[in-house]
Ligand binder design. Structure first.
Ligand code: UGA
Length: 427
């Protein structure tokens, strides 16, 4: 089939490349000419494992990019809206980019005779597809809702594993108001072994939020248990390993530590809180999920100060800047509040991340960026481990270059060892 994908962020470019891999003809649309040029040259505009191979394989064949909505809509049967949904200053969802994309698509289908389906893939609060996107398309296209299709098809892609997750989904959710729209979207996933959940757009939107909020709540839950374990001198990892053997709970997402970051969990939980409050419901549990998460990095700095006293003028090595391993993404990384606190208390920070140094430079220009863990640890009075990079697990002799061998581990990467003072955050 022929597909256009509006927005070439990580969801848009991964979906476009994977749909091309499934044999569809795909046109990406973006307002950023440099991204368009990259895609046409077979280079991914975002870092994602497996994406360079797919882009190189399909660019110039069944994958291309343009800034022209008309061209994209004319040459496709289905358009996916994959644009960003940032938070406004109160944490609520900002739908301005979704609205702009809907307007662009509405204008383009006004000039098209054939049936066209518009699919919202961006994460949007329940009601958006029906009450925001649909009226814009009707208004701009001048068409009757029976003459085009509309659907909501959320993504469940983890950064760093997005290509794998797209090609091996554990669920595909399609929300539509009419059968024909949903059937058209379902056809695009033919070839993937996965049951398709068919529902209405508002329920599809809520499934995405409930999914992310549940995972975020699970992390805050294990962090709270971990904080209590720490007070009691219990290793929470031993506790959760046993708890995870309960088939109703399962072993995944039970790692306590510095908390969740990234472009999704913090933003989506806050957006759901905003939507619930707007409806007059006070989401006590969801607020606590955020509160526990905000507290974890501060607990790390408190552990440090309890041990060192004043940290003014002390050199603190921060290992890991990305919000998780295998990505250069620093959005909502737990290292950001830690570094802020350290600087506020007058410490000097030497930081190292295998991929994210350059991105963090845009946030903090006043810390030292190092090209190895050893360089960051050189002469340091303490070390904070913030990201679960595999290479940190094997650090050993590198700690010898520290002035004072104190490690505060926020990710359960290391354990107690000889000649080192080791403090786990929740264990
Ligand atoms: C998350 C979801 O996992 C995806 O299913 C979803 O599609 C995506 O958001 C999205 O909405 O687009 P992602 O943000 O890439 O994916 O990252 P995760 O791998 O889920 O990790 C999120 C954060 O939780 C990381 O900071 C990680 O360190 C932390 N985490 C994860 C824990 O602290 N403990 C755990 O046990 C697991």
């Amino acid at each position: 089939m022929k597909i256009s994908v509006i927005g070439t962020g990580y969801v848009g470019s991964v979906s476009a490349a994977c749909f091309a891999e499934l044999g569809h003809e795909v046109i990406c649309v973006d307002i950023d000419q440099s991204k368009i040029d990259q895609i046409n040259a077979g280079i991914p505009p975002v870092y994602e494992a497996g994406l360079p191979e797919l882009m190189e394989k399909h660019a110039g064949k069944n994958l291309s990019a343009t800034s022209d909505y008309d061209l994209a809509v004319r040459n496709s049967e289905v358009s996916f809206i994959c644009v960003g949904t940032p938070s406004d200053h109160q944490g609520n969802i900002d739908l301005s980019i979704v609205k702009a994309a809907s307007a662009g698509l509405g204008d383009a289908i006004r000039r098209k005779k054939d049936y066209h389906v518009i699919v919202v893939k961006s994460t949007v609060v329940p009601g958006t597809t029906e009450k925001v996107v649909l009226p814009i398309i009707i208004g701009r296209s001048g068409k009757h809702p029976d003459d085009f299709g509309i659907a909501m098809n959320p993504e469940f892609l983890r950064e760093g594993r997005a290509v794998h997750d797209f090609m091996h989904p554990d669920k595909i959710v399609i929300g539509s108001l009419d059968r024909r729209s949903g059937d058209t979207v379902a056809l695009l996933y033919r070839g993937l072994e996965c049951e398709i959940t068919r529902t209405n757009p508002t329920t599809a939107e809520m499934i995405k939020y409930a999914n992310n909020a549940f995972l975020a709540a699970r992390i805050s839950f294990v962090n709270e248990i971990g904080n209590i374990c720490k007070e009691l001198g219990i290793d929470t990892y031993e506790v959760m390993k046993a708890v995870g053997r309960d088939f109703r709970i399962g072993p995944h997402f039970l790692n306590s530590g510095a908390g969740f970051g990234g472009s999704c969990f913090p933003k989506d939980v806050k957006a759901l809180i905003g939507k619930a409050s707007e409806m007059g419901y006070e989401p006590v549990l969801l607020r606590s999920v955020i509160a526990v998460n905000d507290e974890q990095p501060l607990r790390m700095v408190r552990l440090l100060k309890n041990r060192l006293g004043s940290i003014r003028g002390k050199k603190i090595a921060v290992l890991g800047l990305a919000f998780k391993n295998d990505t250069d993404d620093i959005r909502e990384s737990r290292s950001i509040p830690v570094i802020k606190e350290l600087l506020r208390d007058g410490a000097q920070v030497s930081a190292y991340d295998p991929m994210a140094n350059e991105n963090m430079r845009k946030v903090f220009s006043n810390i030292q960026y190092c090209s190895s863990a050893r360089d960051a640890l050189y002469g340091a009075d303490a070390c904070m481990i913030m990201t679960e990079w595999e290479e940190f697990r094997s650090l050993d002799k590198e700690f010898d270059v520290m002035e004072n061998r104190l490690i505060i581990d926020g990710r359960h990467m290391l354990g107690p060892r000889k000649d080192i003072e080791y403090l786990g955050l929740c264990w």
